[in-house]
Design a protein around this ligand. Sequence first.
Ligand code: NCD
Length: 316
Amino acid sequence: MSHILSARQFTPEYHAEVFEEATEMRVMVQSPEGRRDLAQRHLGMVVATMFYEPSTRTRLSFESAAVRLGAGYISTENAGEYSSAIKGESLEDTTETVGRFADIMVLRHKQTGAAEIAAGVNALPVINAGDGKGEHPTQALLDLYTIHNEKHRLSGLNVVIGGDLANGRTARSLAMMLSQYEANNIRFVSTPDFQMGTDVKEHLNWSGTSFSETDDMFSAFEGADVVYWTRLQRERLDAAAKSPEDPAGHVSPSAFSIGQAALQVLPADAIIMHPLPRVDEIETSVDADPRAKYFDQVENGLYVRMALLDQILTDL
Ligand code: NCD
């Protein structure tokens, strides 16, 4: 069964295939004939979107992708409260149930490793749409697709990844995907309490990807090709760490905000990315800068997810 669980499971050859198909999807979606052809492709198939955590882009893009491919979708947007999970049903039993109704399950869950548990039930292909502090592999694919489109290469890049790296799953998945390409150099920008997990750093060492860690965002921006910025994951912090007068003395990375001063140091051909939602870590005045690509990422997510659903539904 073809599950999508981790950024680590794919090869650059697979990425290239997905990107080529995503670009075909973009072209087709933009013409009336293309849209009509796509809408015939997976008639009668059903995608289930089970979201146990909030989502705007991920859930809506998967549902839009399903509809554009002619499939239908069934959805629970607050599965923690509105599905039988609140009554104490296990994820395994819920997955078994969804397998009786749908052909693919797109799962977002609070618990790290949840998608793997659901995949283990073997009821239907499972796509990990974010598992706690674990991974978000389809976000990493759309991020990589955006870098590929904008920079025309995926190797030999200086990539700055900043923000709450201890709790953000998109940064983790992207770093691991970048490590599959030659000569990338990653600069992690965060405070000591919010640094990238040792498991990801060990993976980078193992793959021979050079990286450094700093709390100086301005020096990290010098010579950068890509800046990937993330928000403080407040919902994953304990109550103490959420407060500005944090008694534990945590220094939050929310001080790292990209504004006009940061734009001055950033090279003219760099791109600024963010998985969104943005809170205050990128000022809205940056949106008009031609280097800001975060809303293009959102649109790319639709085409990449169409390509992924198309491949899995075709193989069923
Ligand atoms: C991210 C997520 O849910 O991990 N959002 C997304 O899917 N684009 C990032 C975040 O919530 O900060």
